[in-house]
Write a protein that binds this ligand. Structure first.
Ligand code: NAP
Ligand code: MG
Length: 399
């Protein structure tokens, strides 16, 4: 069989620990035998980030802007313990945070569904995609303790004029917080959500709490509505999908009763919380994909989970591990399919689809990694636990 040729390189961001091991195996066993892989390689593994004072992360984000599609392996976000473990020069920022900031993107998380793994909410037969705004609100808030006295919110305009609002007159100890967002970031978030929903042909629901937060959340609601009316309404109607704005409490109630098949756009904190709930309800974090989409149509694909440290320490000791590579495989297929679409290479897109199908069918036929064995229930199929490499080989047999 002749290998599929690529036109534009993918930006390849390598990572850390167990996922770095899986990364190499996925390429070796599932991709390189079939595709003449063209990538521009950036090593975001912690040792090389340290060696380059984290410049490699910035370079990889710039390359992503240039080429349009990246695939990223999970990476360590260093904490104090990692600084000691890797003897780091400093405690670097999260690579995902750096890349998100550079691309001004929105993160979409979608579960991989298959026959044999039933979500904890059994009516969820289609994926629920959470779109999380990745800028501002409590993640960029200023907070502090208060004692007896008055807390005020002060806005000083360009001319130096002040607008002062009383937050609370404290009679005793308490806490205060101030947070912000920008119209520009909210508009980017809105466009990323509308584009993604059109791409996937899924309805888009957006929720806030604007009945309580009339100005702050009201601003989100209004920006979404204006952009929808002016830029997307016709396209949505043509695609036969709807945009709906409603209160977050209402969406929670509707989501639980739904069959899925929805993109749910969430403010930053809501998305943080709801994405973990949705991921858990679908069964396993190892079956959750994630894509960062920028407002100008740049895509970065990854798995939603981390570097699976506990498994890596076992691997280093020479023990066999049964770490689930599915979300990382889907990061690769997502990127290859998008590259195929942009470069008009239908055979590359078809390969991505074929690899996804082979992965799902391998599990549905009973071969899987340890994390799925306890979740899998299908008449006439007894689940068999394979180590990561054997699982990848089993998938390759189906391509
Ligand atoms: P994690 O790597 O996602 O793993 C947490 C636990 O979830 C694992 O110990 C394992 O449970 C299970 N798990 C996750 N992915 C799995 C897979 N593919 N196959 C089988 N089991 C899987 O999260 P963490 O331990 O909190 O973080 C480890 C490192 O990853 C940290 O340094 C963190 O900074 C980094 N991280 C990176 C990203 C990213 O790059 N996007 C995201 C999150 C975390 P059992 O141990 O019970 O088997
Ligand atoms: Mg969270």
């Amino acid at each position: 069989m002749e290998k599929i040729k690529m036109k534009t390189p993918l930006v390849e961001m390598d990572g850390d620990e167990m996922t770095r091991v899986l990364w190499k195996w996925i390429k070796e066993i599932l991709i390189e035998p079939f595709v003449e892989l063209k990538t521009e390689y950036y090593d975001l593994g912690l040792p090389y980030r340290d060696q380059t004072d984290d410049k490699v992360t910035v370079l990889s984000a710039e390359a992503t802007k240039k080429y349009g599609v990246a695939v990223k392996c999970a990476t360590i976000t260093p904490n104090a313990q990692r600084v000691t473990e890797y003897n780091l020069k400093k405690m670097y920022k999260s690579p995902n945070g750096t890349i998100r900031a550079a691309l001004d993107g929105t993160v979409f998380r979608a579960p991989i569904l298959l026959d044999g793994i039933t979500p904890y909410i059994p009516t969820w037969t289609k994926p629920i995609v959470i779109a999380r705004h990745a800028y501002g609100d409590i993640y960029k808030a200023v907070d502090g303790k208060a004692g007896k006295g008055k807390a005020e919110l002060v806005f000083t305009n360009e001319k130096g004029e002040k607008e002062v609002k009383t937050i609370h007159e404290f009679g005793d100890n308490g806490v205060v917080m101030a947070m912000h967002n920008t119209d520009k970031s909210i508009a980017s978030f809105a466009r990323a959500c509308f584009n993604y929903a059109l791409d996937m042909r899924l309805p888009l629901w957006f929720s806030t709490k604007d009945t309580i937060s009339k100005v702050y959340d009201g601003n989100f609601k209004e920006i979404f509505s204006t952009i929808y009316e002016n830029e997307y309404k016709e396209k949505f109607e043509k695609a036969g999908i709807e945009y709906m704005y409603t209160l977050i409490d209402d969406v929670v109630a509707r989501i639980v009763r739904s069959e899925g098949g929805i993109v749910w756009a969430c403010k930053n904190y809501d998305g943080d919380v709801m994405s973990d709930m949705v991921a858990t309800a679908y069964g396993s974090l190892a079956m959750m994909t994630s894509v960062l989409v920028s407002p100008d149509g740049v895509y970065e694909y990854e798995a939603a989970h981390g570097t699976v440290t506990r498994h890596y320490y076992k691997y280093v000791k020479g023990e066999e591990t049964s770490t689930n590579p599915v979300a990382t495989i889907f990061a690769w297929t997502g990127a290859l399919k998008k590259r195929g679409e942009l470069d008009e290479l239908p055979e590359l897109t078809a390969f991505g689809e074929k690899l996804e199908k082979a992965t799902i069918e391998t599990i549905e036929s009973g071969y899987m990694t340890g994390d799925l064995v306890g979740l899998f229930k299908k008449d006439g199929v007894t689940p068999v636990k394979l180590n990561s490499r054997d699982f990848l080989t089993k998938i390759a047999e189906r391509i």
